[in-house]
Ligand binder design. Sequence first.
Ligand code: BGC
Length: 491
Amino acid sequence: MSIMTITGKHKEENWGISSSAYQIEGGWNADGKGPSIWDTFTQTTDSIPDSANGNVACDSYNRLNEDLYMLRALRVKSYRFSLSWSRIFPDGTRKSLNQKGVDYYNRLIDGLIAYNIEPMVTLYHWDLPEALQKVSGWENAAMIDIFNDYCDFCFATFGDRVKFWITINQPQTIAWSGYGLGNMPPNVVDPGYRPYIVAHNLIKAHAKAYHTYDDKYRQVQGGLISIALNADWFEPADVNVVREVVTADRAMQFQLGWFAHPIFKNGDYPDALKWQVGNKSEIQGLPQSRLPSFTEEEKNFIKGTADVFCVNHYTTRVVSYLTAELQPHSYEWDRDLRETDEPDSPTTAIPNQKAVAWGLRRLLNWIKEEYGDPEIYITENGAAVEWDDFERVMFYKAYIDEALKAYDLDGVRLQGYTATAFMDSFEWLHGYKFLFGLHHVDFTNPDRPRTPKYGLSQSQTHPPSTHTHILFSNSIAVYFTPQTVCEQLNK
Ligand code: BGC
């Protein structure tokens, strides 16, 4: 089915674009903001290309009107952004409240509402206040109440206008990259233990914030609340071999199910995790499983704490069975599998992130089956491409096409699609080397001018722009003919 035949039906769905505070705001110490673990890390590490940091980034803290203007021009229905916790509470707690930080977000939210753009607000997108890391960050169960109080403040302060809350962005990345691999702050290298402890606390912190919203705010404010989980699609190396299919399912459970199973199913970890980590721990001679367990009371508290399913998706990996080594103790080895690139798909600028659009359709169907047909929002999807924005246009066209097949043909209850990213941004460990923006930002210019990329270019003969067309009408622009495709490819 061509995408043209399925356009027009999705006009009222939530089409949007995303950013996050540390990636775009800059103003790292402006107007009383406290440092976050990303400020500390980027200002001291030499592991990021060009020693880049987010001190200024896109300078969105000082360029709010430009951002609002661009969003309006994009004609998106929603804008997903995150709040910088340490801009609001410089030391992470209410007693340090920084009114100027609150004012900034009030101006942003009011500006969006004035333009009829729905704010989708992530409460925590990795930039933990440094002061909280000093008391062990997410390893410390005290964070559950501290996070809850921060969320409570945000619901009370912004919830009259914000109707879509996301508690935590990609807890799996926080647990594994922050505490297992240790390549992201707080740079704890402990692959076998602390990722599980941190994930345990993150799940409980999410659940507590959900209940606070549910108990205190939902009735009056009428919004919804969820968590953004990252999920690759894991394709079995051979679909005809049962063991490979089971292995791919296990890969899904270790990445997505680690968080989604407790929250969307029964308050507990998937059997694959309990079984694998429990058995390995036993063979490793440990007195108990490295995977902590929830009490019955905790399971009841966690179960059902998301109103919709929010998923961030970038790529597909091929997996095959492997009897992994027992040492070192590691979440990665606990999975008993090997990952490789999908061989037949185009590359993007980032190694390991091939553009495998069909994987999105399979992922959406897997979520539908596994979690009882929830309403799904794709809260991030995008690609870094080397030079030519034409490839990005093709990426979006192909991925949105597959998402629409899942919606139209498979009956997946897809409610929204958010493209990443609004503009070129600080891309974490990649610095400014690999960029996802629909707008180019000149990071060498102190004014940080933003320029629409090819996909957003407007002209007399090509209105409206390609990306706007894809995001707004959910279709590739009609002028985007085979001839224009060939012209671009031959450039
Ligand atoms: C993060 C985004 C980031 C993207 C691309 C995702 O995992 O949530 O903040 O822009 O990766 O680097």
